[in-house]
Design a binder for this molecule. Sequence first.
Ligand code: ADP
Length: 253
Amino acid sequence: MKRLVIKVGTAVLTEDNKKLALERIQNLVNLIAKLKNEKKLEVILVSSGAVGAGYTVLKLDKKILANKQTLAAIGQPKLMKTYQNMFEKYEIPCSQLLFTADDFDSRKRLQNARNVMEILLENKVLPIINENDIISTDELIGDNDQLAAFVTYYFKADMLAILTDIDGYYDKNPREYEDAKLQKNISFISCEELEKKPSANSQFATGGIVTKLKAADFLMQNNIPMYLSSGFNLTNAYDFLVEGNHKNGTIFQ
Ligand code: ADP
């Protein structure tokens, strides 16, 4: 593996979307630094968390779309500043790339973004990607799971790793069924699973498991594997991404 995309969701990066979860962010930064500096991987980070970061500055009602977008506008630089400070210790420069769904439809825009991406990665800069929330109205992306899948495909990465608030994909919702079993390997996702209503764990999360399955399905169709694991406790992600040892978490391929 040469190029890896890591996606972290709101549940991991913020405490109830009200403030940034700094300790978890630091653990994530440590993992990425290891992958870049020791494993010599090209890493692209897809990060949510802008709304939560914005809410620490201004208490607006997040249920109103324009307020949410305003909070994202305030929070995005704050989030980037947090990453920048943490990555500085490892001498890893950060960069910011904001996308909307349309950007992937336009050949010219995609080509521009690809050119920039290659220069960034060649120079060992960490690209940090988020949806451009301020102008996004399109339901095509609407969540960073699918954005991360597009990023993985269009920027020719070898794998997508989604770090979330659960340690993998279960045969049924583990928050509802005690006997739910984690599935370590998945090679097929049924239409029925893909069409289920999104069921995010918290009211602040956007995706739920369905958007992750859609991301996995899109990537599997393009022969790219996806790994789903916990972003709360990174032990399994370390084992798999650093040591190449699949102890836990789900691999879709
Ligand atoms: P993020 O903010 O990282 O995108 P979400 O809260 O949107 O995370 O999605 C993960 C949640 O999906 C889990 O916490 C869990 O409550 C829910 N979920 C529903 N069905 C399943 C399943 N079969 N396996 C794992 N998680 C599931």
